[in-house]
Design a protein around this ligand. Structure first.
Ligand SMILES: [Zn+2]
Ligand SMILES: [Zn+2]
Length: 132
């Protein structure tokens, strides 16, 4: 993936830190800010947690990254891709993607309720393959 191009397409300044954050998101799939901070520190020893937050939030604003809000846990972050559901292991905390047609879920909801949805966050909690 060409992160430089991705940033440019979003009218964002290309900085080594941003490129590093995107590469780590890609490598790790889903990652918490704390874990990301530990990893990014090895590459950019002078970066502060506040700067990391600022960069991550700026990239969320332009839909490059997405926050995955988790029940009873700190959020994890991922590269934005087609909307999907998540599987959360309650034992080891691993988060997996589940490809699902989220439009279908929205249609189902629209057919059953006049609730107006702003955001869909579908998470299945349970036990992953390794922990079973
Ligand atoms: Zn597990
Ligand atoms: Zn995901």
């Amino acid at each position: 993936m060409n992160y430089e191009l991705l940033l440019r397409e979003c009218n964002m300044k290309v900085t080594p830190q941003r490129l590093g954050i995107l590469a780590m998101m890609c490598e790790n799939g889903h990652i918490s800010i704390e874990d990301l901070y530990v990893k990014i520190k090895k590459q950019f020893s002078s970066i502060s947690l506040a700067t990391l937050y600022k960069n991550v939030n700026a990239m969320i604003d332009v839909s490059l990254l997405k926050e995955v809000k988790l029940p009873h846990m700190k959020s994890k972050y991922e590269l934005a891709k087609t909307p999907h559901a998540h599987l959360l292991c309650e034992s080891c905390g691993v988060l997996e993607d589940l490809e699902m047609d989220m439009n279908e879920v929205s249609h189902l909801l629209a057919s059953k309720s006049d609730f107006k949805v702003n955001e869909t966050n579908l998470i299945f909690s349970g036990t992953c393959h390794n922990c079973q």
